[in-house]
Write a protein that binds this ligand. Structure first.
Ligand code: PLP
Length: 369
């Protein structure tokens, strides 16, 4: 049985060797597992471009990506903190929601889903609201695939002495980021996105000087980022049962990222996927939601064809029968579906997808654009 190809924002298509790395029994206190955790943390820093000695450390957290984001939000903002969320999509909205649940004083700069928040807009807000202590933004807003300018905003933030939190879930490992230049204090991503591992945990790359001040600020027991860090540093172990097999797969995925040539090489492959996709989709008559200069190479939102007969569910199912899995839209303003370029996919796989789409729109009369 061959697996379907996943053109999604994750979980993604992974390599055979990543899948095979999971076929093990291993104890969570075993030295072999502790060694794997150590290697993962070192490789994550390397992937982030942070070589020892560095002010940063990689902390692993059980659960989906959202758990990692919530561990940061619920640990690093003190009771008297003032949190600013810069939002232009569903994932920014989710960060604001979790802050509200934790009763954190939160302000939101709301941009439309096709707008890149400008550095001027953020600076204006900070000038008018000098009480802000923490700022969060999403790097690639997977809602649309837009790339936010985290580096320019981060450089500006340095003058305001705020803690800078970046949700880089769908970009880390495939979009180069300069941590020092951007002044990032906390960057969050997960095992099943651009590193091409399987689901099971998230990770935080944290400025240790900042994190050191966060002891006892946690609002939950299990998502206490400081305690998780302290535990990993004390004995290399997790406080609660870790997703062992997912971590073994992730270690293999990190090694394969290195073999591929690191972040720049992966960026190149995904860009090639993106270009093959765009060329083919435009030829077929599809239009993308974002203007090309705002569009990243991770995932693309396509508008539903103007033909009122177009039905996404039958389109999705017909492709699925061909072993090609696309993704529904998540936009509040427009009817879209999404196609991801990430995972163990090559331009030839995008060609297979395009061939499948062409067959579907020509075989089903109601789908013809
Ligand atoms: C995928 C994603 C998340 C959430 O990840 P889950 O693993 O589904 O919790 C958060 N932010 C962004 C930008 C994402 O792409």
């Amino acid at each position: 049985m061959t697996d379907k190809l996943l053109f999604t924002p994750g979980p993604l298509t992974t390599s055979e060797t990543v899948k095979k790395a999971m076929v093990r029994d291993l104890g969570s206190r075993d030295y072999e597992f502790i060694q794997a955790v150590k290697e993962i943390r070192e490789l994550l820093l390397k992937t982030a471009g942070l070589q020892e000695p560095t002010n940063y450390d990689a902390i692993l957290m059980q659960g989906a990506g959202t758990f990692g984001v919530e561990s940061v939000i619920s640990t690093v903002i003190p009771k008297d903190g003032h949190f600013l969320v810069i939002k232009n999509g569903a994932y920014g909205e989710r960060i604001a929601n979790m802050a509200n649940i934790h009763n954190i004083q939160t302000s939101v700069i709301s941009c439309t889903e096709n707008e890149i928040p400008s550095v001027e807009l953020v600076e204006q807000f900070l000038k008018a609201n000098p009480t802000v202590t923490h700022v969060a933004i999403v790097h690639c807003e997977t809602t649309t695939g837009i790339f936010n300018d985290i580096e320019t905003i981060g450089k500006m933030l340095k003058a305001y002495n705020v803690t800078y939190i970046v949700d880089a879930m769908s970009s880390f490992g495939a979009v180069p980021v300069d941590f020092e230049k951007a002044g990032i204090d906390y960057l969050i991503s997960s095992s099943n996105k651009c590193i091409e591992g399987v689901p099971g945990f998230s990770f935080v790359i944290a400025n240790t000087q900042n994190l050191m001040k966060c002891k006892g600020q946690n609002r939950t027991l299990s998502l206490d980022l400081f305690a998780q860090w302290e535990g990993l540093n004390a004995n290399g172990q997790f406080r609660f049962t870790p997703p062992i097999q997912s971590m073994l797969a992730f270690r293999q995925a990190l090694r394969e990222l290195e073999e591929e040539g690191g972040v720049l090489a992966r960026a190149e492959r995904y860009k090639n996927n993106y270009q093959s996709l765009m060329k083919g989709m435009r030829t077929l008559g599809f239009k993308e939601y974002l203007e090309p200069e705002k569009q990243g190479y991770i995932i693309t939102s396509f508008l539903y064809p103007e033909n009122p007969e177009f039905d996404f569910t039958s389109f999705y199912e017909a492709l699925n029968e061909k072993g090609l899995v696309i993704y529904p839209g998540k936009l509040s303003q427009a009817d879209c579906f999404r196609i991801g370029n990430i995972g163990k996919l090559y331009p030839k796989d995008l060609e297979s997808l395009l061939k499948g789409i062409e067959e579907v729109i020509h075989s089903k009369k109601q789908l013809v654009i």
